[in-house]
Design a protein around this ligand. Sequence first.
Ligand code: UD1
Length: 366
Amino acid sequence: MKKIIISGGGTGGHIYPAVAIANELKAIDSTNEILFVGAEGKMEMEKVPKAGYKIIGLPIAGINRSNMLANLGLPIKLIKSLWKTYRVIKDFKPDVAIGVGGYASGPTLIMANFLGVPTLIQEQNSFAGVTNKFVAKKAQKICVAYPNMEQFFPKEKIVMTGNPVRKDILETASKREQAFKHFGLDPERKTLLVIGGSQGARTINEAIFAGLNDLISNDLQVIWQTGKLFIDKAKQAVESLQTQRVFVSDFIYEMDLAYAAADLVVSRAGALSVSELCLAEKPSILVPLPTAAEDHQTQNAMSLVNVKAAWLVKDAEARDILVDDVIKLADNKAEMQQLSQNIKTLAKPNAGKEIASEVLKIINGQ
Ligand SMILES: CC(=O)N[C@H]1[C@@H](OP(=O)(O)OP(=O)(O)OC[C@H]2O[C@@H](n3ccc(=O)[nH]c3=O)[C@H](O)[C@@H]2O)O[C@H](CO)[C@@H](O)[C@@H]1O
């Protein structure tokens, strides 16, 4: 039995790789004990317990770049968080601490280093996050998903594993029937899945909102994930069309079923969404979030587009052309097959297992 802390979060793109690593460590030995450390009030405090793990919240927050005065309380929050992680590590006595990026992994990994607990970092993106860069110097291993990460991290610590994806998403092909039942949709009709990352995407939502009628009149049905801010408007649109052909939800917990039902996908280009689309082998139109740090979502998307494994629609053009492109792609069977074939070559189904094995090597002093 080993004891492992996994820390970080803030968005689904940090939380779900963390859950995938936890699941792998449990699959290797069900007596392994996993404790998550997140940030109070953040998404992980709700999603991690739903995935079956215990989580402790730190009173930490990020730097507010638009209102510097709001940062006055930060040093106190950091000190309180460090003190809390000190207590957590002393009580739980982990063999290793894993950081997946996001506010909470900073104090947790700093304290782990201070108390002599070895650490591993998992970086999801082609551009390293601030927290991960900071805690990388003392980490034993850094598991990455993109090439050329030596520009951010010490070369000798980097292991190229890909992003760990939850097990249920690794196998979707056999779940089609169950998926259509779950979403109340017609298994005979072409299905578009619209996902805006873990928080929903405004531009994608507005484009779908304006084009919903066109999609339906072109014989498509839609699974539409909106995020919390757009759900009421989306529900009203669906009601006013009086259609049974749209399933709408602010968040989808059963992403395996959503991928299983989908013939094609519209998505942001967050790192985990991209990794999952590769595994699910879905023809996709990506709309990268242009304000992501260093425009990393465009880089994520281009790694697919460059090998003809996905289409890209720029955020600024999405309101005008996204729905037309969806209809065009849905009508082009040969292109859908080609995209599906190309995207699957980029999948990394063993990432979770490889990261879990790196974790165990660290614990065993290898
Ligand atoms: C706005 C922002 O900062 N986005 C970043 C965030 O994206 P974001 O949190 O949107 O993350 P990703 O697109 O990488 O992953 C989303 C994750 O949430 C899951 N999911 C999503 C919607 C849903 O209804 N249900 C569900 O379970 C997906 O299956 C996936 O596992 O983290 C990513 C990984 O660090 C980055 O690449 C993104 O740039």
